[in-house]
Design a protein around this ligand. Structure first.
Ligand code: 5GP
Ligand code: MN
Length: 339
């Protein structure tokens, strides 16, 4: 994998470009993709953004979001764009399997794959160029760095600023996680100077939910949350029937895992959701418990030190039992906590 910035001298030559990201994109995945989309179109490139799946409605306000192809509902068009692409940017993920059904198409593409990502253990062999940097707060910050390094920061307008701000703000937990470096704050200051209206971004992302989501959260916290004080661990397991009853859509469960994590003494919080086709889990930790390793070892997943996820094919009850066994296996690290 050649360094990402070696493509900078080639930016002036118009190409067919695809930008893609991980399934069920979050605000960083979508924000970094659309920020890069707006930047590259300014050079005359023909750019198509493809998401492997649908996404949360609270991302639809992002400038350019309406043009994003959902691979599951626009497969023919998306495949044509992948086949025609000279460059395929892969943003906010680092193993092709995170694009689900797109994986084989991406793997066979004739164009060069280019990685921009901040997760651990990248599949470097499949990328011609790229940057993988786990010290970065967000992929959106990495796209900002790339734009600045290219010498074209003047191309950052309000649209690009909103997309990149949304990604870095959400991936840093509103600038509270340790990944929030002084560089992140300097980037935000620069985006403000270039027209960013940050209050609008917060309102669009956090003040736009429907009543059913809050009824659902009330139900889940009352009836589906278990606390294991001896292990400083909390678990929420959600059967598919709950999702149907409360009409839960993509994105409605995002952030739910943070509620138990904010309970005094809780070091590991987990949520396991029965999505029908698979059981999706999310793990969050405070302090010195490494959920990236935990998710890799037991739940076919990965992520970051304090935030990771995975999935299982087994029924929900079995995944819950697996979680409890894994928790007990890790009692040595969980039972004694030092924040
Ligand atoms: P979330 O719990 O919000 O889905 O994901 C938390 C973090 O872990 C994100 O950075 C996400 O990209 C990563 N992650 C979630 N699920 C998986 C997975 O199945 N595999 C890998 N490698 N990473 C995941
Ligand atoms: Mn990210």
């Amino acid at each position: 994998m050649q360094p990402l910035n070696t493509i900078i001298p080639q930016l002036d030559k118009p190409r067919n470009v695809v930008i893609t990201t991980h399934q069920k994109p979050d605000a960083d995945a979508m924000g970094s993709s659309l920020g890069l989309y707006h930047f590259l179109t300014r050079f005359g490139h023909q750019v198509t953004v493809i998401s492997p799946t649908n996404w949360a409605a609270f991302l639809n306000w992002m400038p350019g979001c309406k043009k994003v192809l959902d691979y599951e509902s626009a497969e023919t068009k998306a495949n044509a764009a992948i086949e025609a692409a000279d460059w395929l940017f892969c943003l906010d993920f680092n193993v092709l399997s995170r694009t689900k059904r797109m994986e084989s198409k991406l793997a066979q593409a004739r164009g060069e794959r280019i990685l921009i990502d901040h997760h651990q253990e990248p599949q470097v062999a499949v990328f011609a160029y790229g940057e993988s940097n786990t010290a970065k707060s967000s992929t959106s910050e990495m796209v900002y760095d790339f734009i600045v390094a290219s010498g074209h920061a003047d191309k950052i307008d309000e649209d690009i600023a909103e997309c990149l701000y949304a990604g870095s703000m959400t991936d840093t937990g509103s600038f509270r996680f340790p990944s929030t470096t002084s560089s992140v704050h300097r980037m935000v200051a620069d985006l403000k100077d270039r027209g960013l209206k940050h209050s609008r971004v917060h309102e669009e992302l956090f003040d736009n939910f429907l009543e059913n989501r809050f009824r659902f959260i009330g139900h889940v916290l009352t009836n589906r949350m278990e606390i294991f004080y001896e292990y400083n661990t909390a678990l929420i397991a959600i059967p598919q029937a709950d999702l149907i009853k409360y009409d839960i859509r993509t994105g409605d469960t995002e952030g739910l895992v943070n509620y138990p994590l904010s309970i005094q003494g809780i070091k590991l919080a987990a949520i396991i959701i029965d999505r029908g086709e698979e059981r999706k889990s999310s793990f969050r930790s405070k302090g010195d418990f490494d959920v990236n390793t935990f998710a890799r070892k037991y739940f076919n997943g990965g992520g970051h030190y304090n935030a990771a996820g995975g999935f299982n094919k087994e029924p929900l009850e079995e995944v819950v039992e697996k979680f409890k066994a894994a928790m007990k296996e890790n009692a040595g690290q969980l039972s004694t906590y030092k924040f």
